[in-house]
Design a protein around this ligand. Structure first.
Ligand code: AMP
Ligand code: GLY
Length: 417
């Protein structure tokens, strides 16, 4: 089989690598991909993600068996609808179903209709009304831009001043453009966070092993929120019974609710959850694999990913098994990220067979150069989390990382549990 993957980041690198490992797959093309992927035999295509006609033409001319969509933007642009209209197989939610990620308001509506536990919230477009609400509810409180803001449109405000300045940036100063014209103000949920991803086909749900992301830029969860600075799996401090509760009380009702609503979901459904003292509650749904969670979840998949997707696309029951080992992934980011950051530094080389490198923000001009905030993920597997961490530390110690930074505490909370 020849497979096409849409996207260009570390998540897509991990997906492409796993799919290419299948004995049934001969070639994997990634549009646009990145030059770091070439090291793993993945081919890259100079076609833009939003050029659906060119992607469809490529898929037809090259006998692509099916296409897999990595990021949310193409999903919300209706790439699945367009491929299906052209009679091509593609795995991911259509535009209507991807709204579970595209609009927090839509997601909250699904949760309300299906009694899915989530934080209490209100939606505002007017600054004065929003300000009055914040004063009434008190802090800590969470302010979110409605719509896509690449994971950065969320502020967990510890005090009123921080809350009001976030609100001012979103509503008055248009910091997030259109996606900040409407804000969701949400109750702060206290507890351990985890990401539960599932393969979904209409009413069928196949949960994956869980992971934990680290959103803030710096160690000890300090600094601004980023797209994610690292992840690990399993998350030993989240018990099996909490995971079961999350599948039964969150994922299944959401998926069934979407079928009943006339917007059935097929693809990867990501539930971002907090294990509160009242059980798991939703902070967000995404309509795709998480980044960097994918880089630690897929290495633990013992089954053939290409076969799993192929079975899902052909109405068959997929076989899904997981390895027991732990996986930890550290993001190497350019100094300054998530603010203004430098580009063009040489990308470190590792040459350490105990780690996998998943490339993201890299370009090729006389060797790999940094051209994004999150440049790569260094991932290792181990018997437990500390074991996997040690392998990542060793690989990073041997490498010159001038011009870059990473968090050293990725996975610490799951150690020795
Ligand atoms: P999101 O983009 O919605 O995942 O939010 C980014 C980060 O903000 C999450 O990973 C959480 O750490 C935090 N967060 C979001 N919503 C809440 C909430 N209601 N309570 C506590 N923390 C939250
Ligand atoms: N890691 C969070 C996300 O992919 O949205």
């Amino acid at each position: 089989m020849k497979i096409l993957i849409i996207g260009s980041g570390g998540r897509e690198h991990a997906i492409a690598k796993k799919i290419l490992a299948s004995p049934k797959v001969t070639e994997v093309f990634c549009a646009k991909g990145n030059p770091g992927m070439l090291n793993d035999g993945i081919q890259t295509l100079a076609i833009e993600e939003d050029n659906h006609p060119a992607l469809i033409e490529f898929a037809k001319e090259n006998q692509i068996e099916w296409t897999f969509v990595g990021p949310e933007v193409p999903l919300l642009n209706g790439i699945v609808d367009d491929f299906q209209a052209a009679d091509l197989k593609i795995f991911g939610p259509n535009k209507a179903a991807a709204m579970i990620e595209g609009s927090k308001e839509f997601a909250k509506q699904i949760m309300l209709e299906n009694q899915i536990p989530t934080a209490a919230y209100e939606v505002f477009t007017d600054f004065d009304q929003a300000q009055a609400y914040i004063k009434k509810i008190g802090t800590p409180i969470v302010i979110k831009a409605d719509g896509l803001a690449a994971g950065k449109g969320v502020v967990v405000a510890q005090d009123e001043q921080e809350a009001l300045s976030a609100l001012d940036e979103m509503l008055n100063q248009n910091r997030f453009g259109e996606s900040g014209a409407k804000v969701v103000i949400e109750e702060f949920l206290a507890g351990e966070e985890f990401s539960l991803l599932s393969f979904v086909r209409n009413n069928d749900v196949y949960p994956m092993v869980i992971a934990q992301d680290h959103k803030p830029a710096f160690e000890g969860n300090k600094g601004p929120n980023t797209g994610g600075m690292g992840a690990y799996s399993p998350v030993p401090q989240i018990s099996e019974s909490i995971i079961t509760e999350a599948v039964e009380n969150v994922v299944r009702p959401a998926v069934n609710g979407m079928v009943q609503n006339g917007t059935p979901f097929s693809g990867i459904l990501y539930a971002g959850l907090i294990a509160t003292s009242d059980g798991p509650k939703v902070i967000e749904f995404n309509a795709r694999f998480g980044d960097p969670e994918t880089q630690v979840v897929l290495p633990r998949l013992a089954s053939d990913l290409a076969e799993v997707i192929d079975d899902l696309l052909h109405e068959k029951e997929p076989k899904i098994n997981w390895y027991d080992f732990a996986s930890v992934g550290f993001v190497l980011a350019a100094d300054g990220y998530p603010g203004d950051y430098q580009k063009g530094m040489p990308v470190p080389t590792f040459g350490d067979e105990n780690v996998n490198i998943f490339y993201a923000g890299v370009s090729d001009s006389d060797g790999l150069k940094a051209n994004g905030g999150r440049v790569l993920v260094v991932e290792a597997n181990g018997e437990n989390i500390s074991d996997a961490q040690q392998k990542v530390y060793k690989a990073l110690e041997k490498t010159n990382t001038d011009g870059y930074f990473f968090r050293k505490d990725i996975g610490d909370k799951g150690r020795n549990k």
